[in-house]
Design a protein around this ligand. Sequence first.
Ligand code: GLU
Length: 548
Amino acid sequence: MDYSALADLLFPNVTDTPDDLEERFPPRDLPEGAVVSRMAPSPTGFVHLGNLVQGTISERMCTQSGGVHFLRIEDTDAKREVPGAVEMLLQGLGEYGIGFDEGVTADGEKGNYGPYRQRQRASIYHVYAKKLVLEGMAYPCFCTEDELAKIHAEQEAEKANFGYFGKWAIWRDRPIEDIKAAIDAGTPWVLRFRSEGNIENKIPVTDLVKGKLEVTENDIDHVLLKSDGIPTYHFAHAVDDHLMRTTHVVRGDEWLPSLPFHLQLFRALGFRPPKYLHIGTLMKMDGTSKRKLSKRKDPELSLSYYREAGFPRASVKEYLMGILNSNFEDWRRAEPKADLDNFKFSYKKLNPAGSLFDIAKLNDVSKNVISMMTAEDVLGGYLDWAREFEPEFASTLENDRETALAVFSIGRGGKKPRKDFGTWAEVKDLFGFFWDGYFKVTDEYPDTFDRADIKEAITKFLETYDPADDQNAWFDKIKAVADSLGYASDMKEYRAEPERFRGSIADVSMFLRVAVTGRMNSPDMYQVMAILGEDRVRARLHSMADSL
Ligand code: GLU
């Protein structure tokens, strides 16, 4: 076969050579050890937790090593492309602090190794396609869908492996005359790789996450270019990651079965393969067994879920780092206030089997994260969420920032800050009562208490209540109310002989609490009353007493 004639026949317009491209995209001038990696998502409009995990890993590795993190858009499948997907992706990832030094941007792209959208790189792939044809390592295949389906059916019947190989690779050794005739007839063709691999051979590979592996050589003549001249993922991966000088490929382990082919392609193209990190899928517990998070069943797979549910982004990041690196929690305990970015992420700590994702755990982490925020940050974070999801309450708080800040300051800043909520969605329920429009008595007094006792306790408290009292004086007055009603003002005494009392100081406090806040649980009552102010406190207590 005259490969040179075949190469000219298939790619008459390709004049650039691989050497030209080597010159156009020279090795990067970076210090030893600098990681160059990328995110390479398809623009499907769905940004998911897997993207965030992959992006966190690649971004951390690049940033921490002084390397380059870039964004390449894998839009080779035009049918799956959704308008606006790139913007959604940049926005979604950007919110979680995943940025790019180069690659696709909201309004174009930046960097010297582009274009960074694969459909715009057709002419680049063709240079290498032509080279492979020229070297006898690729050939055109004119099989129709029907013919391929027939091959598949035959393989099924013969219990053979599936794919285009061996006796089924019917265009692999066709004479150039047949190829010419098919082209002249306008028959569409794909370009296939001519595999010399043998499935009897095992090749050792080291994956930075999975460790030492032994994979089976590829013997399939996979498609490199589709009939529209656009490459498959495999071919684009080899060409792009070589020319963009990627040192580390971080990707989902669903690509592991394709690795032998990828290594084969890098060799055929004369490229040095990058280092690979095949990361395990996120798992969740379903009953007592683990399973992969699924797009269909698990809304929490989508990044938009966290925004809607009101998890602060800092909480999601904090939780993810914890499941990616097992030593993170120890670090955090030692550095409770440090910026997450100061943590030294290590790919060596990644669980090869994939991490377990648990919303309840995320919520705990989030309570912690929020408890460490300043009142200003809480208000800012809440408003950012609430403007979209609870606009009315958001404007109530915006118009009364001073109260809002006082409310969010309760129990904050000390050694043991309150950990009362993990999502912004809980704020209105917990603290709405500070504003009259959102105050509602939701909890009822337990039946075990005499309504007359409750009414009397409230009335007596009202008689002595003085907003100028300090916390001790205020509490002494509640104790006095308790004593006068036969409720123990000393919990120790009460616990020793409960039958001597009608109840305890805790019950009397609860009587007041329900009247003032509408619920059995609330932040510190003294501070609550101080923020509500005398008029409101009196009004609520009166209204409750009147209703009993
Ligand atoms: N477009 C591929 C994907 O979304 C990229 C895999 C890779 O990072 O190479 O799975």
